[in-house]
Design a protein around this ligand. Sequence first.
Ligand code: NCD
Length: 300
Amino acid sequence: MSRTEIVHLIDRADLIADCLAQDNRPPDPLPGHLLISLFFENSTRTRASFQIAGQHLGFNVVDMSLATSSTGKGETLLDTAMTLNAMRPDVLVVRHAMSGVPHLLSHKVNCAVINAGDGNHEHPTQALTDALTIRRRKGTLEGLTVAICGDIMHSRVARSNMRLLTIMGSTVRVVAPATLMPAGIEAFGVQPFESMAEGLDGADVVMMLRLQLERMQGSLVPSTREYFRFFGLDSDKLRAAKDDAVIMHPGPINRGTELDSVLADDIGRSLILEQVAHGVAVRIAVLEALVQNAAAGGPG
Ligand code: NCD
């Protein structure tokens, strides 16, 4: 996505967020479209917010999960996608543990495909949500220092945020133990740190990530207790950041592993629940853009 496209989506989502906050309604419903969500991995926030976004717009929403789809009966992923495509959805929302699956499916179906998280690759609507949340609190993304901390190696949220925030003119730092820092991370235009004190120094935003134990082969951290001691965010470590620094986390949070419980619940500093609320606005903006683009004859 270009800077112009990002700004357009965030501006629209900003207005939608105001409408939702006022009377829980989007400004321009678009009834009659069909959204099918296909989640091959667990999800609370992303899955619910796509459904709620679709329902707010007046879409028909069908939610398929791995447990209820026929892939459990041996059907291939492509056959499942082609089957759903034959029911003529306007939008297919896909989450999969393998990187590249939504992209692959987008070449096979003739509706729009949204990547709702693929392996450790990308999670674009989460990055848009985070950018909107930062911009609403700080007024801008340009010139801010954002420290993304934790399991950078396995995090699609980190990858999408690194790309989006650098495009938008933020200085992005990544903080992780050496075992969770991907080689060559500087290619993303970010600055790597192996210490929270240095990585958080003067930061405007501290974005914490979950330890993705389910994606780790073998043990990359000695113990969650020791991990918290060095890389978990508590008020001591937060002191290195600016006085008005905010705390973010895409969820789900593991309290006491990457984030101290008191900080997670500090409504003055923690934007975690605002991220969830803004996620609905962003997904409405993305759905609108896709169906309007399809109506105009553009690519899905
Ligand atoms: C994340 C995900 O699934 O990528 N959560 C989310 O979508 N809000 C992060 C995670 O699982 O840790």
